[in-house]
Design a protein around this ligand. Structure first.
Ligand code: C5P
Length: 239
């Protein structure tokens, strides 16, 4: 895999104009962008076409969660838009994810269907309250990763701290997409369990989602290049 394709820039903007400006500023320094609900809705979906027309890869981070038929139809939309990656909530269950994986791949065999296990905003206490379960966060997340894999999906979004365990349970080929990445030279912002790009790669992350350290940097191109250099170091360290 091309090193640049491992770095997903989070376009967390409401105004598509601001998002386009950063894509222009980054130019060839970045090849892969994440479009979430905020930007997707504010751009009325148009941001996806803007990026694909520019030859950029898109992670459509809309976290579909509904009955199998509805989620599958949404996934077919994503596959038809030629996004490189989209996601659903793994909590929607194996039946739902099996249908999503099958149908999305019929439309576009290249599209990666990714599951979201447990939202990182969830605490152990939230799990007890919501699911009446004594399971630890880690066990719940790993079980959801396991059923995501069994459903035929391609990988999960997880913390860089969990990536190693996900690979142990689901195998090396199962993709890990990790936010919560912070180079040493940047500030943590509101991220808590952070890891540097190099350590994240060495801990089993395939794709790193990085937003503010690059998008808010005074020179986003330089910041992107520094992150790429750290990814490269991590890959060398892994061999
Ligand atoms: O700016 P920053 O690098 O913190 O952006 C990270 C991106 O990853 C944001 O779009 C954020 O919503 C997303 N994300 C996260 N933590 C998760 C899941 C998603 O930071 N657990």
């Amino acid at each position: 895999m091309n090193i640049k394709d491992r770095m997903i820039i989070a376009l967390d903007y409401s105004d598509p104009k601001d998002a386009k400006e950063i894509v222009e500023r980054l130019g060839d320094a970045a090849s892969f962008y994440k479009v979430g609900l905020e930007l997707f809705l504010n751009s009325k979906g148009e941001m996806v076409e803007y990026l694909t027309e520019k030859g950029k890869k898109v992670f459509l981070d809309l976290k579909f969660h509904d009955i199998p038929n509805t989620t599958t139809m949404a996934s077919i939309f994503a596959a038809k838009k030629n996004v490189f990656m989209f996601n659903v909530h793994s909590g929607g269950g194996k039946k739902m994810m099996k249908s999503v994986a099958e149908k999305a791949k019929e439309i576009n065999p290249e599209t990666l269907a990714i599951g979201v296990t447990v939202l990182t905003s969830f605490s152990e206490e939230d799990i007890r309250e919501t699911y009446m379960s004594e399971l630890s966060l880690k066990d719940l997340a790993l079980n959801l990763a396991k059923i995501t894999k069994e459903a035929g999906m391609d990988g999960v979004v997880c913390s860089p701290w969990e990536a190693k365990y996900v690979k142990e349970v689901c195998g090396e080929e199962f993709k890990t997409v990790c936010p919560g990445v912070r180079p040493r030279w940047s500030v943590a912002n509101d991220q808590e369990r952070i890891m540097t790009p190099k350590d994240a790669i060495m801990n089993g992350c395939d794709y790193l989602v990085v937003g503010r350290p690059i998008t808010k940097h005074e020179n986003p191109q330089v910041a992107a290049e520094m992150v790429l250099a750290e990814i490269e170091e991590g890959l060398k360290g892994k061999c």
